[in-house]
Ligand binder design. Structure first.
Ligand code: RUB
Length: 312
């Protein structure tokens, strides 16, 4: 019964599906598929099975809140559904709405973000973010003359996806190793990165190395911009919970067998960039300051969140 959901979770864990927006849409799509094919019994059983499907998906990768918010959006009406059929119908409906909203948000961010790009700009981006690349491709489509530096993003080298995507779109793009960031920052006009999660204090959690880009940008007085859909804002951070930073297998960094026996490897795959290094957060709702993230979150969740939630 859970085969498709387990397959999606495994594709997310193994990075066959990756990037915060894509994993959120894949999660919602797996919930939709599960609901469409569900042939269970009572309402109670149905709720239990939907919860199990949700948990299987959420256990795949811990950092991007987009997955949690995407899957949770599908489950929104399950608690109030009067029958199993109405519960699964609501999952299908909410999954479709989420997937559409999520894709529209990327398009809107591209349009808004492209206005921050001037003709002749040199842009720096990190890893492979569909929201950040949307902005860059939109600026190029508007015939702005731009050059882009893209980091390799060790160890998975998502930068290779980025340079292919930009090159296919006709953008002048140069691949750099991650350690070239500070050197290249002297020639950069503006930085665009994506987000896995944004905390209520405006901090950004994104691919490991993002905080180094932010520090180098700050030192060089280069504008540092985060491109993110607002469903990457993390509700748990409102209540003091910290974002879990995923650590992946040592073998992704180096062949342990080839190293001396006493050498250890540490492989955190995301890091946190404090709000003070962020100039703008470009969302589908417009350009925000990191300081306004809290207000946007509370407005979206509703004041009731503070009454409902047990903060103990
Ligand atoms: C990808 C990454 C991206 C964000 C945003 O990490 O850090 O910058 O997920 O991507 P990984 P998007 O490759 O480990 O998933 O804008 O596409 O949601």
């Amino acid at each position: 019964m859970f085969d498709t959901v387990k397959g999606t979770a495994s594709d997310i864990r193994e990075m066959k599906i990756r990037g915060a927006g894509r994993i959120a849409r894949a999660g919602a799509s797996a919930m939709k598929d599960f609901a469409e094919n569900y042939r269970g019994g009572s309402l109670e059983e149905c709720r239990k099975d939907l919860d199990t499907a949700k948990d299987i998906l959420l256990e795949s990768r811990p950092t991007a809140v987009s997955l949690w918010n995407g899957v949770q959006a599908c489950m929104r009406d399950v608690g109030n559904a009067p029958s199993g059929k109405e519960a699964t119908d609501s999952v299908i409906r909410n999954a479709e709405t989420f997937i559409k909203m999520s894709s529209n948000a990327v398009d809107m961010i591209a349009k808004i973000g492209a206005k921050r790009v001037s003709n002749g700009d040199v842009i720096l981006t990190h890893c492979n973010s569909s929201a950040a690349l949307g902005v860059i491709k939109e600026a190029h489509a508007q015939s702005k003359e731009i050059k882009v530096f893209a980091t390799e993003s060790r160890p998975w080298r998502q930068g290779l996806l980025t340079v292919k995507e930009l090159s296919d779109a006709g953008v002048d793009v140069t691949l750099i190793v991650d350690s070239a960031v500070r050197s290249v920052m002297k020639r950069t006009d503006i930085v665009f990165v994506g987000a896995d999660t944004v905390a209520s204090n405006g901090a950004l959690i994104n691919k490991i190395g993002t905080s180094q880009l932010a520090l180098a940008a700050d030192e060089a007085r280069v504008s540092f911009n985060v491109c993110t859909e607002t469903y990457k804002f993390s509700p748990i951070t409102l209540f003091g919970d910290m974002v879990t930073i995923e650590e992946r297998d040592c073998g992704e960094v180096a062949d342990m067998e080839a190293l001396p026996k006493n050498v250890k490897i540490y492989n955190p795959v995301f890091d946190s960039t404090p709000a003070k290094y962020i100039d703008a957060i470009i969302t589908e709702l417009g350009v925000l300051s990191p300081g306004s993230v809290y207000d946007v979150m509370v407005r979206q969740l509703g004041d009731g969140i503070f009454k409902e939630r047990d903060c103990q």
